[in-house]
Write a protein that binds this ligand. Structure first.
Ligand code: NDP
Ligand code: DGY
Length: 329
């Protein structure tokens, strides 16, 4: 092969990852792996140390890969493979400037993330966590006509912000619930929207006409803080807001105001800023806010497939061959 024994390329892996990926790396026999062997994030100092001289980096969305990390790595670094589809944690300009290739994990987590989004939407709209709590704390005194009522999808208007891979999979799953209109917004109209009768509308129209708003766009300078005071003020007071993209798309102070004042009905968040959300955060004091710990892609099989794909991307970058999923920089 390209590399003779004793001239193995160095790889740093920032976390314990599913064995599927580790097996692929060891079977390839081209790299010497060092790893932050923990379920918890690598401390910044350990990342800066571990990456020194590395040819490849396998990282997670919790690792901020910026100029400092790239400088610490030095000139060997050829490839960064992230165990995620989102890449807002990577300083793309700095990476591109240095001619480093990037691998990511699109498609393989689309179904799992869309399923979780539907689960979160239903849990939030039908107040499942509140109901479960009432069963446990004795608040369930009788069947009551006006108790724990929520909102249903049948006959509703759903607005999806970012009809990409995941947004489209969410739309396909929601339509069979009897959704009447499916609106979406984004930078460009999507031909595939026809499959779900999606109407491309300006963001303001989506916000004011939707009964359910689902955020599934990527985090970019343009989408950062997009869901703010002005956004929430245009929503119907009966509308439900769901975010499974990135926490920074939402201004959480403004969301808190909208939820606590009754300006909007409820919110379900799988992503927050920061992550973890501090346990004393005021969003967690609200009954109409359901917060999950970023588990969109968390099925056993999806995480295994993500791990395998991240390993193959890494190997492609190390060997200078095709990567199964290379990000176009
Ligand atoms: P895609 O790139 O397929 O979709 C992203 C969409 O965002 C595109 O359709 C893009 O539309 C849209 N978008 C970009 N800018 C804007 C904007 N200003 N307004 C509205 N929409 C915009 O990615 P995926 O669907 O695969 O993933 C989407 C995101 O979901 C990831 O970036 C990640 O952050 C998040 N994610 C979260 C998970 C979780 O665990 N909760 C799991 C997996 C992903 P256009 O082409 O028109 O710009
Ligand atoms: C991603 O891949 O971007 C998710 O947030 C985690 O799977």
């Amino acid at each position: 092969g390209m590399q003779s024994a004793g001239k193995l390329m160095k790889v740093f892996i920032t976390r314990r990852i599913p064995q599927e990926g580790m097996k692929i790396l060891s079977a390839a026999g081209v790299c010497e792996v060092s790893q932050w062997d923990s379920d918890e994030p690598v401390p910044r100092a350990e990342l800066l140390k571990g990456i020194q001289g590395a040819h490849g980096l396998l990282c997670l969305l919790s690792d901020k890969i910026d100029a400092e990390v790239l400088e610490a790595a030095g000139p060997n670094l050829k490839v960064i493979s992230t165990l995620s589809v989102g890449f807002d944690h990577l300083a793309i300009d700095e990476i591109k400037k240095r001619g480093i290739r990037v691998g990511y994990t699109p498609d393989v987590l689309t179904d799992a993330t869309a399923e979780l989004t539907v689960a979160l939407l239903l849990a939030t709209a039908r107040r499942l966590p509140e109901g479960v709590e009432e069963v446990k704390n004795g608040g369930w005194s009788s069947w009551k006509p006006l108790w724990l009522c929520g909102y249903g999808l049948s006959g509703s208007t759903v607005g999806i912000i970012g009809l990409g891979r995941i947004g489209m999979a969410i739309a396909q799953r929601l339509m069979p619930f009897g959704v009447k209109r499916l609106l979406y917004s984004g930078r460009t109209a999507k031909p595939h929207a026809a499959e779900v009768n999606g109407e491309f509308v300006p963001l303001d129209t989506l916000v004011s006409e939707s009964d359910f708003i689902v955020v599934s766009c990527s985090l970019t300078p343009e989408t950062q803080g997009m869901c703010d005071k002005s956004f929430f003020s245009k929503m119907k007071p009966t509308a439900v807001f769901i975010n499974t993209s990135r926490g920074a798309v939402v201004n959480q102070e403004h969301l808190y105001e909208a939820l606590s004042s009754g300006q909007i009905a409820a919110a379900g968040l799988d992503v927050t800023t920061p992550e973890p959300l501090p346990t004393n955060h005021r969003l967690l004091t609200l009954k109409n806010c359901v917060v999950l710990p970023h588990i969109g892609s968390a099925t056993y099989s999806t995480r295994g497939v993500m791990s395998a794909l991240a390993a193959r991307n890494l190997l492609g970058g190390l060997q200078g061959t095709d990567m199964p999923s290379e990000l176009t920089l």
